[in-house]
Design a protein around this ligand. Sequence first.
Ligand code: ADP
Length: 555
Amino acid sequence: MDRNIDFKKLRKEAEQLAERQEKDISTLSEKETSELIHELNVHQIELKMQNDELLRFQEELEAEKQKYSDLFNHAPIGYLSLDEDHKIIRVNELMAEMLSRPKSDILDRPFTDFIHWDDKDAFYLFMVHFRNEQVNRCSQIRLNTKDDVIYVNIDASRLDKSSHNLAITDVTDLIKAQKKAQESNELKSAFLSNMSHEIRTPLNAILGFSSLLRNKNLSESSQDDYLRNIKQSGERLLRLISDIIDTSKIESNQISIIKENCNLNILIDDVIQQCSLSQRNSKAEIKSIKGLADEESHIITDCHRLTQILINLLTNALKFTKEGAITIAYEQKEDTLQFYVRDTGIGIPADQQENIFKRFSQTDQSGRNVKEGSGLGLSIVKGLLKLMEGEIWVESELGKGSCFYFSIPHNPTDTPTKNIASKTPLNKKFKALQDAVVLVVEDNEVNRFLLEAYLKDHIGKIIEAYNGQEAIELVKSHNDIDVVLMDINMPIMDGYEAVKLIKEYNSDITVIAQTGHAMEAEIQELKKSEFDDYLIKPVDEFKLLEMLKKSIDSN
Ligand code: ADP
């Protein structure tokens, strides 16, 4: 509205009034005339002063108006003024920014045009309550911006009889964070209850079958069955623990990628062999398609992690495919290697295909054994691939099957890979150990018993110690000891101190550490220490004998 004073118009009105009141001044005396002139002068000056004052007021008003308009426009909150039909009559900069539209696209349109369809009723209801002066805040209304949706809180205030102001706060980030926290809380609870199941189930089998083994009349085949179940349950527990450790390592950035030469085609065969051995509930046939000839398939990558990724995907494929076919394949695509593991299993619902890569998430559909697995495998695979500069994605159709793709950089090499250990029968390969003397240092009775059981048919003589102190005394009193198998955590004297003293006494004795700590920091410490090599519990019988053989051969 233009508030400038129209002086011309005022002057005209004044002249008209004067005309109507005009007096005949010819009849006035000289004194009266001079008084009248004086009066007119004073009046004129007074008018001028009033006029000046009015101009000053007008300037002040303009400055205030500017201040208010600056405040409105640049306020750190969105403002809209609506008329009684909810039509937008004013909008500030931030509000236009929030809606990602120019002001001209917003003005003169009903505010409800911008409200998400499902939230319009909530807004109308709010306006009714606001007009009745019952509430002035409306929370979590969704607004459609140009190409997105945002969550806002609205505070209404009355401007005059027919219009009101809305102060709009964008709370999208807050709502997203809230939803994420709630989601991760739900996932954590699901994880914990699943964990309890995942730990108790194999433990139940281990304890149950172990007690059944005490039955003296048990047939040989039942004994074999029970032992196989105990082993499989132990392996399931171990997988779970490894998954939990890997997850925490990935989260705390403790995994480093160790690149080495490997032959991809042999690696694929190994993965298939390993998974076929543990293929229990699936009748699916596993096929492989190798994109490079054997002699071209030497690459530099982290073989251990690549194997872990493929085993994970293949194990999942077997878990969710009762019958049909599973294909593990790779091909070279420019400077990357693209792998896939395809199955003809139960498939994954489209709306859950993104989620399965998040920690603890498992799909919830009929036909799937909801209770099996920790929901960690794919998040580990994704984390490892990120470290290996690769990526993973899935294509799947419910009831038809899934195909997990991933890619890694292709770094070919001409250097042939170290030979993979051949699976020669144990008794043949470790004959040379028959003359060796091994000192087993272990405070845990069961573990010591197990190590001795592994060794007794292959080693000439086994000596036992219960802690580092005893080990040193035995080394000093037995000059024939070739290898010491040393636990790390022991009472009285731990493995680190004991190895130092043993090496000081006789540096020719091989000392191999065996540890239950598989964290990167512990491994680094072991590598820096005086141990010649290390084994991580649970100790694999084959690996143990292989390592002993290597150290005896090199002595
Ligand atoms: P889990 O230990 O539960 O298998 P993962 O992270 O490996 O954990 O997988 C998460 C979920 O993704 C699985 O529980 C399953 O619902 C789904 N999934 C993974 N692979 C497949 C597959 N090949 N076919 C169908 N569903 C799969």
